[in-house]
Design a protein around this ligand. Structure first.
Ligand SMILES: Nc1ncnc2c1ncn2[C@@H]1O[C@H](COP(=O)(O)OS(=O)(=O)O)[C@@H](OP(=O)(O)O)[C@H]1O
Length: 438
């Protein structure tokens, strides 16, 4: 068959391709490229003349620009958090932070799919706070399973996740942006559990004790103690011993001088008794004592008949002393003071203060709580996602929270009241508010 040869310019670099075609096939169509040894679509000379610049390389270049732009846009949309520096997103109303958990408009509490609810108490979705409820509440102590923690089963941590967007739903461990520093037995666990209900908050399950006991382990160890979080979530931890340890304020300051601190205080005598009850329980459990001394015999120095201020449960209630050491490093504006007694009776009021202090949206409202008559404390309502009807279960703190206190000799009580009075006054002066503490 008779054939013609044409040379057609195909790109800017003047690469010429020899195209063979027969007169019968002189229009556009698939033809043999002798240069590349391939059959390819070659437009007729007329088309090439009209679109001389639309070459294969140009197309590839254009595609690359589009892909690069899309990548840059995605990258800029993601907010890379800064390690160790407060990272607040209080304006974020999205509830996607719980790994896609559905949010109830009245209270955004939903259990993760794998939460073990056996023995939980089923409530109707609209059970009124304060209404009597059934027994056997689930417990949520630091020793138990943290059914609220959405990331508890996630084990993969990708260093590059710091640069991922929320939509990837990947989580990493981040330093806390706020620490509950105490006081011991003032309601620190309740506060941490309740604030953990907020979709933009994650909390450490255990007390890390980094700044007091584990400081030598280094910062990376500390970070590893934290739960996984999304860039939009803030991390909180609580270690009540931080309040009373002399070395801790300076260490925390060196870690992050703009960190937010939360101090929960409780009426000093009942806090001291609670402290005593815990120490007694532990000592009896350990078998160190067959009969543990009374609170009175420990709080009062038998040689003088005065309050023994070296007795740890008494010493830990000297809030002014402890706060002063923290104020040597931090401004009062960095420290939120919460009323531990009010956490027991109106927890939602204290939660609103926490949310405001942390720059969070107001989520943990009164309808998240239900009073448990048996326990004598507020528990939280969470939606049981295993049920489709929006039924809720209540989750209470463990039995170690809310122990029965022994009656205190009125004479000793009076001595303690007089003893604490000047310290309380000083504390009120420092914080610019008073408490109704006898
Ligand atoms: N909702 C709810 N449920 C249970 N307990 C509650 C609650 N709100 C406050 N409290 C009070 O918390 C007290 C324990 O305080 P802490 O969690 O700070 O104790 S600890 O320092 O972590 O051991 C604990 O002290 P005791 O009553 O002396 O045991 C409780 O009074």
């Amino acid at each position: 068959m008779h054939q013609h040869q044409h040379v057609l310019p195909l790109d800017k670099k003047q690469t010429y391709v020899m195209v063979q075609y027969s007169p019968l096939n002189s229009g556009s169509g698939a033809q043999y490229d002798s240069y590349r040894g391939l059959h390819q679509f070659v437009p007729p000379p007329a088309i090439v003349a009209r679109c001389p610049k639309l070459t294969r390389y140009k197309m590839i270049g254009l595609l690359a620009v589009v892909v690069l732009s899309l990548f840059l846009l995605t990258f800029m949309a993601a907010k890379p958090p800064t390690m160790g520096v407060p990272f607040f997103r209080g304006d974020d109303q999205t509830l996607a932070g719980r790994g896609g958990l559905a949010a109830s408009p009245m209270c955004s509490l939903t259990l993760p799919e794998d939460a073990n609810l056996s023995g939980g108490v089923e409530l109707t979705a609209d059970a009124a706070p304060g209404a009597p409820v059934a027994q056997s509440p689930e417990t949520l102590d630091n020793t138990g399973t943290d059914a609220f923690n959405p990331g508890q089963n996630e084990v993969h941590v990708y260093p590059s996740d710091r640069y991922e967007s929320d939509s990837t739903r990947r989580r990493i461990k981040r330093f806390p942006t706020a620490i509950v520093i105490g006081a011991r037995k003032a309601g620190t666990r309740a506060v941490l559990r309740f604030v953990d209900l907020h979709p933009d908050v994650v909390t450490s399950k255990r007390e890390p004790h980094f700044f007091d006991r584990e400081y030598k382990q280094g910062l990376e160890w500390y970070r590893q103690q934290m739960p996984l979080s999304l860039p939009s979530q803030i991390t909180l931890e609580k270690t009540p011993n931080y309040l009373v340890d002399w070395e801790v304020p300076k260490r925390v300051y060196n870690f992050n001088e703009s960190i937010k601190l939360i101090l929960i205080v409780r009426e000093p005598i009942s806090r001291a008794v609670s402290d005593y009850v815990q120490l007694r329980e532990r000592a009896l459990k350990n078998g160190r004592y067959k009969r543990f001394p009374d609170f009175e015999s420990l709080a009062i120095d038998p040689s003088t008949g005065d309050v023994d201020k070296s007795y740890a449960p008494v010493k830990r209630s000297l809030y002014s002393r402890h706060l002063e050491r923290w104020l040597a490093f931090f401004n009062m504006s960095q420290i939120l003071i919460l009323d531990g007694d009010n956490i027991r009776y109106r927890p939602w009021e204290e939660m609103a203060k926490v949310e405001k202090f942390l720059g969070l949206s107001h989520q943990v409202k009164q309808d998240c709580f239900v009073f448990n008559e048996t326990k004598g404390f507020f528990c939280v309502k969470v939606i049981d996602r295993k049920k489709s009807n929006g039924a809720t279960v209540q989750k209470c703190l463990s039995e170690s929270k809310g122990r029965v206190h022994p009656p205190i000799d009125p004479v000793v009580r009076s001595k303690l009241r007089d003893f604490f009075h000047p310290f309380n006054k000083r504390f009120f002066y420092k914080i610019g508010r008073t408490f109704d503490w006898e």
